[in-house]
Design a protein around this ligand. Structure first.
Ligand code: GRF
Length: 200
């Protein structure tokens, strides 16, 4: 399975996936390209250090569709089977989503459907929930929507700041994302309506 990863920043989830594919923890898979919309993304050099092609495709005032179609072309040229969003800070156009039906996944730092959108960890603290976590889900054209593949729960402590909670969730993200991609690579995950079912 050829994987393409889209990032906008730090790229720690991308690194977790690249390393898991290289070590065969995710069997029969390879990350063939990392694409960032942000030329300053720290993840770009982390990908290159690992021998993975890393491209910058900036929006540059274009429409979302035009920007997305350039990214879709780059992914198709490399025969990517699965697109993983990993801290990619843009909503995909319907054209992008339709180019890879049910083959785009995202990670979000909350237990969806709670706290979609930006600052999910601060939203959880403000709401006073005692448990939060992370979600890997199939991407559709709506923000942080789509069938859930894997979730991991994290305790919210009374003295947590958004930063301390984010750090604890991030540790779980790296595990959850690898687990989700392993499930997809196994060919035993299917989508049934609004949910995924794994026949393990
Ligand atoms: C993660 O918390 C992810 O859930 C969210 O953005 C952050 C990206 O972190 N979508 P990184 O770039 O993978 O380190």
């Amino acid at each position: 399975m050829k994987i393409g990863i889209l990032i906008s920043g730090r790229g720690s989830n991308m690194v977790a996936l690249v390393d898991a594919a290289k070590s065969d923890e995710i069997p029969d898979s390879e990350v063939v390209v990392v694409i960032s919309d942000n030329p300053d993304a720290a993840g770009l050099s982390k990908a290159r250090d690992r021998g993975v092609e890393a491209l910058v495709i900036e929006r540059k005032g274009r429409s979302r569709e035009d920007h997305d179609l350039e990214i879709v072309s780059a992914l198709r040229e490399r025969e990517v089977d699965l697109v993983c969003l990993a801290g990619y800070m843009r909503l995909l156009s319907p054209e992008f989503v339709n180019a890879f039906p049910a083959r785009i996944v995202n990670i979000h730092p909350s237990l969806l459907p709670s706290f979609p959108g930006l600052d999910a960890q601060q939203q959880a603290i403000d709401q006073g929930v005692k448990i939060s976590g992370c979600t890997v889900h199939v991407v559709d054209e709506f923000l942080d929507n789509g069938a859930i593949i894997v979730q991991q729960a994290v305790e919210v402590r009374d003295d947590d700041s958004a930063e301390t909670l984010a750090a604890r969730i991030l540790d779980r993200e790296h595990i959850a994302y690898v687990e989700a991609v392993k499930k997809i690579a196994s060919g035993r995950l299917r989508i049934e309506g609004s949910r995924t079912v794994f026949s393990g």
